[in-house]
Design a protein around this ligand. Structure first.
Ligand SMILES: [Fe+2]
Length: 498
């Protein structure tokens, strides 16, 4: 299934329109209902959808198993309303969509919930409730009557003229139900929406790292729900919105190096992992392991972590404890995906097992750890750290290639280079024409020919930025990338041009 490509029986919902319109079958209720514009839900709102779905499932079951006037039905309706109210207080209505094996909040796919609520998804699609919108102003009474609607058998609903007719008879004005069918041509999120969703996901990953840091330094238990929710949002964005995420993964922050580094490594690992498989369980474990790979550093004295200049051998020894420290914390964290511990422990082991920590009995580095190792090395090399400056992106890619087969898995390095290109997003490059440009996206067919934004003419004068695809002969007009430049030396702030 693609991004939000649904259409009702009567009208299409376009992901890139300002408003979604769901024209409910006129014969059934004789009215057209417009659903509020395509809201981008925050990571917190997406996480809360699990509670919402659990309450919805409970409401349906209660209605099916208890008599009409049983207090359990009041309670189930109240609990659903309590979750809905949290969304309403944030100023949004609540549109759910069920299609085949998947559930969406608005246009955002809830990957993990699609697995957890497979029964609810089947039940809703069986009665033709492909999309359900709970509008603000809904009452307990309405929700109790709505329970009767969704508790219908498919046959009974069909006999009464379809689920919309059942809803109409039940008098529930603040709920709209419509069937959905897949639109075959892919509709894309607008660039603005994609960028917004990617930024929200990235910001959430940074917040998670700040929280983990606080908890670790206070010896408190880590919040697994927050970790899993953040990783779920990163996966959704990497799968649906890869270029915006790859571009963000080039962000650096000297003062919060470990937090940005962890977010970047998670994105780069998921992007690389998703070229091998899109299996959610694998990506989820990979994402958790990747974002937490340096967890052990949060237990190391900041004076060593932030020390300017070379480290003593004792200090290096201390830093090299971080995989074991992190793995120990992760193992003791209740509910944490234990497979993620492997990546935390193994990310510095190297393919040839000459890294650290050393094992008594040699065992190959796990595939997920090899993925994290490539992403980790690339992001670390291109970041300025307390003990070393940032390398240019093309230089870092060159080092990965040089060490493929010894430190890194050569197949993964090859995939990584085709993913990011030779000149990854956010690189500042000099073109053969003498112009200066910022790379905005990797080339689609040629790793040496990215899409770039030209920001300065050959004489160095800044120009009104414009994009060209160097993979397109017509646009490139003979230009190619000559080399990466150090933006610091040029006094160019890449963020101004992205
Ligand atoms: Fe590390």
């Amino acid at each position: 299934m693609t991004d939000g490509d649904f259409e009702t029986s009567a009208a299409r919902i376009d992901a890139d329109q300002d408003t979604q319109s769901v024209a409910v079958d006129d014969d059934a209720i004789g009215a057209e209902t417009r659903i509020p514009s395509s809201v981008m839900f925050s990571a917190k709102q997406l996480r809360r959808a699990r509670d919402l779905l659990a309450r919805l499932y409970a409401l349906r079951r209660t209605k099916r198993f208890y008599p009409e006037d049983h207090p359990a039905l009041d309670q189930a309706a109240e609990e659903l309303l309590r979750v809905l109210d949290q969304y309403y207080e944030e100023g949004v209505d609540v549109p759910l969509a069920f299609y085949e094996d998947e559930v969406l909040l608005g246009e955002q796919l809830l990957v993990e919930d699609s697995v957890l609520f497979d029964q609810l998804i089947r039940d809703m699609t069986a009665i033709g409730a492909g999309s359900i919108v709970f509008s603000r102003g809904i009452t307990i009474g309405e929700l109790k009557r709505f329970a009767g609607v969704i508790a219908s058998d498919p046959e009974t609903a069909a006999e009464q003229g379809g689920i919309q007719a059942v809803l109409h008879d039940a008098n529930v004005p603040n709920v709209q139900i419509a069937p959905v069918i897949l639109v075959h041509e892919k509709t894309q999120l607008t660039d603005v929406d994609a960028e917004k969703a990617a930024k929200a996901s990235y910001a959430d990953a940074l917040d998670l790292m700040r929280e983990l840091d606080r908890l670790m330094r206070n010896n408190q238990v880590l919040d697994v729900t927050h970790i899993n929710g953040t990783v779920r949002s990163l996966i959704e964005n990497v799968l649906n919105n890869r270029y915006a995420m790859l571009e963000l993964s080039g962000l650096k922050n000297y003062d919060e190096y470990t937090f940005y580094h962890s977010a970047n490594v998670a994105i780069l690992s998921l992007a690389l992992g998703s070229t091998l498989t899109t299996d959610y369980r694998f990506l989820s474990t990979l994402g958790v392991g990747a974002i937490m790979h340096d967890l052990g550093k949060l237990a190391i004295d900041v004076s060593i972590l932030n020390k300017k200049g070379p480290l003593s051998s004792d200090e290096w020894r201390e830093i090299r404890r971080h995989p074991v420290l992190g793995a120990e914390t992760a193992v003791l964290t209740p509910g944490l995906d234990k497979a993620a511990v492997v990546m935390i422990l193994e990310h510095h082991m190297r393919l040839d097992l000459t890294g650290y920590p050393q094992r008594e009995q040699a065992r190959p580095q796990h595939l997920a750890s090899r993925i994290v190792a490539v992403a980790d090395a690339y992001d670390a090399m291109t970041s300025r750290r307390s003990y070393s400056g940032a390398r240019r992106q093309d230089e870092a890619i060159g080092i990965l290639v040089k060490n493929a087969g010894s430190a890194f898995d050569p197949v993964l390095v090859r995939l990584f280079v085709s993913l990011l290109g030779l000149y990854p997003p956010r690189s500042v490059v000099r073109l053969s024409s003498g112009e200066i440009a910022v790379v905005v996206a990797p080339g689609t067919n040629d790793i040496t020919a990215p899409r770039v934004r030209i920001v300065a003419a050959s004489d160095g004068a800044m120009v009104e930025p414009f994009d060209i695809d160097l993979g397109d002969a017509l646009q490139a007009a003979g230009r190619h990338v000559e080399r990466c430049l150090d933006p610091a030396g040029l006094n160019v702030d890449v963020s101004d041009f992205i």
